[in-house]
Write a protein that binds this ligand. Structure first.
Ligand code: AMP
Length: 292
């Protein structure tokens, strides 16, 4: 859907030929089954009538966005996501709006949420985990190269495409950054010590979150989980990392996790080194596709 790749902002540009420019409206789509519900609206399977291209249409209610004061965050999300092109990053083809709603035209991830898969399986195999972690490391290398820090890598923000490939789907907390940031954001379990303590942070926050994710994929729960927020907080700051005896996980995986979950952010395993780690090399499917 080449035309859809243009966002409305881009289409307004006077330098673009008007014949190619298109302002999307709801009439351009056949709406199919609901795919899910988010905090601010619903997501539907949809088909762009002219090209027959299948997409996911996310419908957000302006009133709810306003009430929660997230319009700015949504603008940033759209601005960042619409410019990204990577097989492991969900495409945002464009957006449009009417009086009451904002519509995001998204790539359709046919196999749904990683979070639900993890709930179903309880934990993933080493092959599946290594394939996902390797794909995500490649997507993060791409993002960091564009000075984008994601800051909210967790199972709830990951979808699975038709072939079984992982897709980063949510850019609500991501930032374009040329300087170090101090903002508090994300979910506590996945926050690195420097963000819990509100000190400066940089792209290495995403390496920490990838380490948490690798642990959760393999063991079925994040490493610093606790009943009280204050205990999770304390465990993160101390890097109180323990590996359960069950399920049995190979020493290579534990070593990799320990190299990512390092308090000093400058000492975390760089992402390109992660791709060369023996456990990744031996277990990850080079195609990035987990076939089950
Ligand atoms: P969200 O508002 O982004 O949390 O989306 C709500 C739910 O809709 C998600 O949990 C998914 O199950 C589903 N969903 C969202 N985006 C897509 C997509 N691009 N492809 C398939 N399902 C999606």
């Amino acid at each position: 859907m080449a035309v859809a790749a243009e966002s409305q902002q881009e289409e307004k540009s006077p330098s673009k030929a008007s014949a190619v420019e298109k302002r999307w409206t709801l009439n351009d789509f056949d709406i199919g089954m609901p795919l899910g519900r988010g905090k601010f609206g619903h997501v539907y399977l949809a088909r762009e009538k002219r090209s027959n291209h299948i997409v996911a249409l996310k419908v957000l209610f302006k009133s709810q966005l306003k009430q929660s004061q997230v319009e700015h965050q949504l603008r940033r999300e759209v601005e960042i996501q619409s410019h990204l092109r990577h097989p492991n990053i969900l495409r945002l083809y464009g957006y449009f709006y009417d009086q009451t709603r904002v519509y995001l035209i998204l790539e359709y991830a046919a196999k749904g949420e990683v979070y639900k898969e993890l709930q179903k399986c309880k934990y993933f195999s080493e092959r599946r985990t290594a394939t996902y972690i390797s794909s995500l490391a490649q997507a993060l290398i791409y993002l960091h190269g564009k000075h984008v820090i994601h800051r909210d890598i967790k199972p709830e923000n990951l979808l699975i495409g038709l072939q079984g490939e992982l897709k980063i789907a949510d850019f609500g907390w991501s930032v374009h950054t040329f300087n170090r940031r101090r903002t508090m954001c994300g979910t506590l379990d996945y926050l690195p010590p420097e963000m819990v303590e509100s000190v400066e942070h940089d792209a290495s926050v995403d390496i920490w979150s990838l380490g948490i994710l690798c642990y959760e994929f393999l063991f079925g729960a994040p490493p610093f989980e606790a009943k009280e927020h204050s205990d999770t907080y304390r465990r993160i700051v101390k890097v109180d990392l323990k590996f359960p005896s069950k399920p049995i996980v190979s020493p290579g995986a534990k070593e990799l996790i320990s190299q990512m979950l390092v308090k000093d952010s400058s000492q975390r395993l760089p992402l390109h080194k992660l791709l060369e780690h023996p456990w990744i090399v031996q277990n990850a499917d080079p195609s990035g596709v987990y076939r089950g």
